[in-house]
Structures are given as C-alpha cells and as structure tokens.
Design a protein around this ligand. Structure first.
Ligand code: NAP
Length: 233
C-alpha cells in the first residue's frame, strides 16, 4: 500500500506523458463521476467538472485521432466544434498529426440537426456511425455517414486510419462498447461531491461481462482525482 498524496505539481509535458498514446490502436474512454458514482447532476456533467479535469480533457483530445460521442450526449451537452488551442495544434503538428481530431458520433435514429455547430462548423468533416439504412442527404452534406452492423462500431473508424479513439460518453454508448469488450482504457475523474439518489451511472444498456482493469496512475487536480485505468490482461 502507498500514500499517493500530496505529490509534485505537474507541468504540461509531464501531464501529457502520463496519457501518452500507446503504440497500438486504442479505445480510451473519458468520464467524470461524483464520489457516489453519478454521471450527471440535473442532466449535465458540467457541475461535476473542474479546472484540472478540463485540463486533462484538453490533453486527451489533443492526443486523439478521433473523438467518439453518442448522439444523446452530442444533443444534451450541446457539443461545440472540436477545436484545440494554438499550443495544442502546434503540439499535434510537431508530432505529425492533423490539426484537429475527427468528431465521430453514433446514432440509430439519425435524429441529428445538420445545422448544429458540432457538425456544421466542424474543422474536420465528422463521421456519423449508424446501423440505419435511412438516407439523409441533409446530414450527408455535413458529415460522412458510415454504416455498421452487429454492434461492431469501430471498423469504419479504424479504416480511415483513426487509431487512437477517445470516447467521451455517454452511458448508452459505453454500454455498447463494454458489451463488445472494446474498451482499452478508462480515464475517470472523481468529483468531490455526493450527487445523491436518482442520478444515472456512467454505463447503461445491455448486460455485459465484468472487465478487469488496473490503475496506471492517480492524479489529484484541485479537489478532483483523475484515475487512468487500463485493461488488465
Ligand atoms: N459524466 C460524464 O462524463 C458524461 C459523459 C457523457 C455524457 N454524460 C451524460 O449522459 C447523458 C446522456 O445520456 P445518453 O445515454 O443519452 O448518452 P449517449 O450514450 O451519448 O447517447 C445515446 C444515444 O446515442 C446513440 N447510440 C448509442 N449507442 C448506440 C448504438 N450502439 N447504436 C446506435 N446508436 C447508439 C443513440 O442515438 P439516437 O437516439 O440518435 O438513435 C442513443 O439514443 C447526459 O445527461 C450527459 O450529461 C455524462
């Protein structure tokens, strides 16, 4: 047993090294949860976040080829176009990456507004993954629509060379990914708040087998804990 706190302040380079891109294709999932396991307060994750959680969130986006998000979260959290600060764009260029990660969303209903800024103003043409055969020319004008079958979401993403995928939720999408045993990492921020009864967990949907993880690091930022879990072999 080890005492982890307090530790030294982390500069940006050290923080980035804690989340370095593995040398194989990876699906990394990022969530913030209350201390009692809730993933939202009043329907949004905003009240659970904090400045250092946002800093890690920015680092995770900077390191990703694609940001994967369920349509429910895209709609509810009013997603903005995925852009990065100039220093983060510089970092990507220096590491041979395109300026911005690609937004990838998943929808069965295709009930998405093509005018929503996350799609219409995206700096990189987004992907919409769907099992639906429906044709939506208005959505095709702003994004590539990619069909998938049998809950196997990722082949159409990987086929575009997007190897390092960051999933930002939400709980239904995580349920699908866990059912497919596709999760390689969970970057979980624990907020110092008890949300109380009624709020949902970070995962819902089909029953899946338990997946064992091991902690790769635990950081403290302000009053939040940031835990990076990786698959236990
Ligand atoms: N605490 C956190 O870090 C965090 C992170 C993300 C979200 N959240 C919270 O999560 C809540 C939203 O929950 P949610 O369950 O609606 O989120 P979600 O999982 O992002 O969205 C669910 C929707 O995504 C689509 N989808 C997911 N899996 C699919 C699959 N396998 N095949 C086809 N479509 C699929 C469907 O879209 P269609 O309905 O378009 O068919 C489904 O209704 C919000 O309150 C948000 O604040 C919290």
């Amino acid at each position: 047993m080890h005492a982890l706190l307090p530790g030294p302040d982390l500069d940006d380079d050290t923080l980035i090294s804690h989340y370095a891109r593995p040398d194989r294709p990876t699906l990394r999932v990022s969530f913030v949860s209350s201390a009692d396991g809730a993933m939202e307060i009043d329907g949004l994750s905003t009240a659970l976040s904090g400045p250092d959680d946002k800093r890690v969130f920015g680092v995770l986006r900077m390191l990703a080829d694609a940001v994967l998000v369920g349509a429910g979260t895209l709609r509810r959290e009013n997603y903005r176009p995925i852009r990065l600060s100039p220093p983060r764009v510089e970092w990507r260029r220096a590491h041979g990456l395109p300026d911005f990660p690609t937004l990838v969303t998943v929808s069965r209903s295709l009930d998405l507004d093509p005018a929503m800024p996350a799609l219409a103003d995206a700096p990189v043409r987004p992907l919409i993954l769907t099992p639906s055969p429906e044709s939506r020319p208005d959505l095709s004008a702003v994004a590539d629509i990619v069909r998938f079958h049998d809950h196997d979401l990722l082949p159409g993403v990987r086929a575009r060379g997007l190897d390092h995928i960051l999933c930002e939720g939400g709980p239904h999408l995580l349920g699908t990914l866990l059912a497919a045993d596709a999760v390689d990492e969970l970057c979980l921020t624990v907020a110092p708040v008890l949300a109380g009864a009624g709020a949902s967990r970070i995962v819902t949907g089909p029953i899946s087998a338990a997946r064992r993880l091991r902690p790769a690091h635990v950081l403290r930022g302000g009053e939040h804990l940031m835990i990076r879990y990786v698959r236990a072999s």
